[in-house]
Design a binder for this molecule. Sequence first.
Ligand code: NAD
Length: 330
Amino acid sequence: MKFLMFGTRQDEIEWAEKWGKENQVEITTRPELLTENTVDDVKGYDGISVLQQAPIDSEVIYQKLADFGIKIISLRSTGYDTVNLALAKKYHLAVSNVPGYSTRSIGELVLTQAMHLLRHIGIVEDRESRGDFSFEGLESKEIHQLTVGVIGVGRIGMTVASLFKALGSEVIGYDPYKKPNPEDPVKYVSYDELIKNADIITVHMQLTDDTKHMIDQNTFKQMKNSALFLNMARGGIVNTKDLIEALKNHEIAGAAIDTIEDEAGIFGVDRQNGYDNPMLKELIEMPNVSVTPHIAFYTEPAVQNMVEYCLEDSYKFLKGEGVDHLVNLD
Ligand code: NAD
């Protein structure tokens, strides 16, 4: 078999080559994304592996993939909002993702950023850059005094809940599709209760039509003025304009985001020559906001698992074996 891997980073190549050798699959890696310009190169390959922030939204791509005999689009990411599932279905293309490559990778960045905001590190560094070493306004709570609200208690949300629970925080969660288990490290509450009572609020659901802009000005207005808000899931879950207004109006105390609307072409790229996303620029300039460029997933175990699980799913699907991580064709 022959597989073509799009959007390949340097750090993935070692794991791809190792997996290819072990499974006698010829793997070609390339850094470009799957687009209308690159789809013709798929001809002659049995499988494709895709990792990209830019959506695959052109019907021509799906049509050509089907024409070339491709049966499955295998993503090396958890999020599958980059794929148009209706078009995939129309052209009988299965789609797989990698849901559980390392929930710790995201959980540990959530913890890092929560601590960063809690201890006002951004404000401290901003003051220090101006020679101001004063203490005023820097007193903080300790993590065990706080209530952490997890919205979306899935794989990642559950890991986040365990990490904060282990540090002594009270953890509350909201997830309309979750069947509560008494063993869960979280007390399930209503959405309103979570928004009103949590000191740290972190979102961990998929971006869908239902969750798009779920966090908006109404949500921020209900939060405590001292609340810290974190988004390591998907930019579109939050109305970014409303987030900026809430920070400016002191409706919340700080925010950490690893993802933002219209991040494609910016996050993951050296854009020292400039970029066009005024809301991102505004957030970066705020000392009580910490922005990371979609690196929550980026740990060594996660990279290895993303590559191996993705190739494995494609391989099994093509051999007619069961695949655990199909996101369509149910
Ligand atoms: P998951 O499917 O295991 O969990 C999502 C949970 O959200 C589910 O339990 C679901 O019931 C719940 N949910 C759905 N709609 C909801 C709603 N309206 N309100 C509250 N909960 C709702 O997914 P996961 O693997 O935990 O991933 C969560 C998110 O993290 C995804 O958006 C994914 O794209 C993102 N992610 C980001 C990074 C990164 O590097 N920043 C890496 C991996 C995953």
